[in-house]
Write a protein that binds this ligand. Structure first.
Ligand SMILES: Cc1cc2nc3c(=O)[nH]c(=O)nc-3n(C[C@H](O)[C@H](O)[C@H](O)COP(=O)(O)O)c2cc1C
Length: 183
């Protein structure tokens, strides 16, 4: 059975993007294994640390290597992706064996898809900029379909949100397309 590694671009405990990931996980149930990448212990990128990479970095790289695909769920921060996600991706973009820059990173060729829950533009700017970044890192991005969710006012008052039928269909379509993409 294939494994999809979920990466949440928000460290917030009750993150709406984590809630979106939970909905996707239910849709994938029985068709693949889902894991969540926990990376809050990964330090800020500092090239001094690359001589002997921190154990948290080795761990996240290993989890990425072992996955058949990555599904990123991210909020939009200031028209772009959050810094915590960029920091993680910066670590993942570097060669695993630093003896040569020709050596592969953990993410090169890795299949990936993107979704996001945020404000009224449905994280469109985050997803566009993240797409550019992932391609620069030589990942194998499934361009479409993507799921962008504009959170309603009730999400902010209740701290949780539920998908409309239309949003559920979008997410389901993306889940099925990504399963095919990683076959
Ligand atoms: C620093 C910062 C910048 C933000 N900028 C945007 C933005 O440009 N567009 C947007 O739609 N939402 C923006 N937001 C709101 C987040 O998208 C919103 O809080 C979202 O729910 C966070 O996702 P989470 O619940 O998964 O943490 C911003 C939030 C923060 C903290």
């Amino acid at each position: 059975m294939k494994t999809i590694l979920f990466v949440i671009g928000s460290l917030r405990k009750d993150s709406f993007n984590r809630q979106l990931a939970k909905a996707a996980e239910q849709m994938l149930a029985g068709n693949c294994q889902v894991k969540y990448l926990e990376y809050s212990d990964v330090s800020f990128m500092n090239q001094d640390l690359e001589v002997s990479v921190p154990s948290a970095v080795s761990r996240v790289r290993q989890e990425v290597v072992e996955a058949d695909g990555l599904w990123i769920f991210s909020p939009e921060y200031n028209f772009s992706y959050p810094g915590v996600l960029k920091n993680l991706l910066d670590w993942l973009s570097r060669p695993m064996d630093m003896s040569s820059f020709q050596n592969p990173s953990a993410v090169v060729g890795k299949k990936v898809t993107i979704s996001g829950a945020g404000g009224k533009n449905q994280t469109a700017n985050c997803r566009a900029k993240l797409s550019e970044l992932l391609e620069f890192m030589k990942m194998n991005l499934m361009h479409e379909p993507q799921t962008g969710i504009a959170l309603g006012i009730e999400a902010w008052t209740k701290g949780e949100f539920s998908l409309s039928d239309e949003q559920r269909t979008l997410l389901q379509t993306q889940a099925e397309a990504f399963l095919k993409f990683i076959e």
